[in-house]
Design a protein around this ligand. Structure first.
Ligand SMILES: [Zn+2]
Length: 289
């Protein structure tokens, strides 16, 4: 099967990160509401994540409410989780048959009640809090439009159809952010907020950051050039390396979904970004060295 995705050369050149932008999936009926459509797209999205180096990585997504809040996933947050090896899965009574095999590790939430590590954003473990297991290895942060992290081996995901997915990578720290920024979010400064939080939380310097804008709707198909505004906002914070795909989603409905062009009955592209765990091994102590 042809896997419809694209990767951006400037992000691909960064050794510390992996990324992908999943395009329109042919042959899937997307003329339904968003939750149903995302469910139909999930298998293809998962297959493409597996094919691009994200197999077995937990996926963290945002509720995406066209606001400006950013969730932070840092080491304090990470310490709430323990990894469970595949051989131990069977010990969880009744869970084995329901789990989809998405990779070598599952993540167990130890505590989901306190939100201080996530900057006022509390974690919602989808359909899993009772069982204590993230069956689908996917966790959604409610009421936010972007996630930042300095943790490796974790995939951040943002769904878009006309709005821009903004990839932010600080290869030096390293740290990263992935943001959903459409017309409203851009007006509210959601990307600005993410860059500031990376600076405050992880010590990132905007001068070291590489920012990549995904395909999104643009004039003349849309009345506001919010991609240009995102670039202006990044420059104002001192970001020097900004790359725009310069692609309009409404111009190519064979490759992309467009909320505007398809009058709301459409699917979602999936942007994914993660920090490579191998880099951690190179920096840290190798057991067999
Ligand atoms: Zn267009």
């Amino acid at each position: 099967m042809h896997l419809p995705f694209e990767q951006f050369p400037k992000l691909g050149a960064i050794k510390v990160c992996r990324h992908v932008f999943v395009q329109r999936i042919p042959g899937i009926d997307v003329s339904d509401d968003k939750p149903k459509v995302l469910k139909r797209l999930d298998a293809a999205h998962c297959e493409i994540r597996n094919a691009t180096g994200f197999g077995g990585w937990p996926l963290f997504t945002a509720e995406q409410v066209h606001g400006s809040k950013i969730a932070a996933l840092d080491s304090r947050f990470q310490s709430r989780f323990t990894r469970l090896s595949p051989s131990k899965r069977g010990e969880d009574e009744g869970e084995g048959s329901q789990q989809t095999d998405r990779g070598p590790t599952l993540i167990l939430p130890l505590s989901l009640t306190k939100g201080e590590a996530t900057q006022d954003v509390r974690l919602r473990a989808k359909d899993s809090e009772k069982a204590g297991i993230l069956k689908k290895c996917q966790t959604e942060f409610p009421a936010c439009d972007g996630i930042i992290t300095n943790q490796r081996g974790i995939a951040l995901g943002i769904y878009v159809a006309d709005c821009c997915a903004v990839y932010i990578v600080d290869p030096k720290t390293p740290a990263m952010g992935l943001v959903h920024s459409g017309r409203k979010g851009t007006e509210l400064g959601v990307v600005t907020n993410a860059i500031r939080k990376m600076t405050e939380g992880f010590g990132s310097d905007p001068a070291n950051m590489i920012v990549q804008l995904s395909p999104c709707i643009r004039p003349p198909h849309y009345e506001v050039d919010f991609a240009a505004e995102i670039i202006r906002q990044c420059r104002a914070l001192g970001v020097r390396h900004i790359h725009d795909s310069s692609t309009c989603t409404a111009c190519d409905l064979h490759r992309y979904y467009s909320y505007r062009a398809e009058k709301g009955k459409t699917g979602r592209m999936l942007a994914v970004l993660g920090l490579d765990p191998l880099i951690a091994n190179l920096v840290g102590k190798q057991p067999n060295q």
